[in-house]
Design a protein around this ligand. Sequence first.
Ligand code: SF4
Length: 385
Amino acid sequence: MGYYRGRDGIELMGTLVKHAEEQHPSVSACAVTARPEDDVLRARIRGQIDRWDKRLVILAHHYQRKEVVPFGNFVGDSYYLSKVASQQQRAEHIVFCGVHFMAESARILCRPEQRVYLPNLRAGCPMADMADEIQVDDSWDWLGEHFDQKTIIPISYMNSAASLKAFCGANGGLICTSSNAEAAFRWAFARGEKVFFFPDEHLGTNTANRLCIPREQRVMFDPLHPPTDPEPFRRAKVILWKGFCHVHVNFTPDHVRQVRQHYPGVKVVVHPECTEAVVDLADAVGSTAFITKYVEAQPAGSIIAIGTEINLTSRLADEHPDKTIFELSGQNCPLCVNMFRTSLEDLANCLDELGSDSHSKEITVKPEIARDARLALDRMLELKQ
Ligand code: SF4
């Protein structure tokens, strides 16, 4: 799901950085020019890493900037990093280079005395914001007016606020990531008749497709236009929330057709937050961890078009100079601006503040929310994939 990079690996990664614009112009469309002060920031970061040694763990999501990723002790997708966070025994400080819901999940999963930080507190997730607690509570109440709630198992994608994870924990449900959505759905169907999945309609649709759940047994819950007729919900096995990732819905079936036309033999691999029309045309679909492994497994000389966030694609292109790797759309820059917010400066400032009683980037979760959210996250971590 990810990989561990020892402290010596930090230097190694620096040697791998190589722009791939000669392979495909859009690979580097979002590249940021290095600034002279970056070396000073790197030195500050290394100094703090040395100072705190094993008492500090830095987690970096695959979509982080390429200058930030090398400082991650662990680099991976949200599933892998949440697992890692739950397993840290010696670290006093866990710095999560990612977005808010990830750091919140780490906070919930680690021990109470450990402290968790998000270097840039403005790094949120627009998709997670598409389902808020009041909307989900209202929809649950509406479902409860028409159906026995005990037969409905709520599943929240990891990309959601802690309060929604707590909602799932308190109502017999669980959390999933794009690595284990199918296993989560199976878990739910072993315990109930319907799955209520939020907030990503595309991951939900693609998972329902993988599980061969007929279309007439799916229904969309649009929180902005709440339903009035319960009939379509009566026959539904999967209730999908109308939400999406603006980065991944940018990829279109035409993009897949165009790369197939221009690059005979190209392999297309996409993330399941893409629409089902794109997923249907791709050669492979999976989480960022899956995409990473898929690229590694292709033989030298392969041409690979990737439908996910640009920073991962760009880094994979750098790390596999023997393959031609580019982002699928060729024109749009599929950048997650929230993942991009965490800069070297943010990381350096965050590390400099470690040890202070009131760290300005510390993530906290109310105990009652953390307790129920932990229940839902633990159910996910116990899933057999
Ligand atoms: S890539 Fe999409 S789902 Fe992931 S953090 Fe960014 S907006 Fe959210």
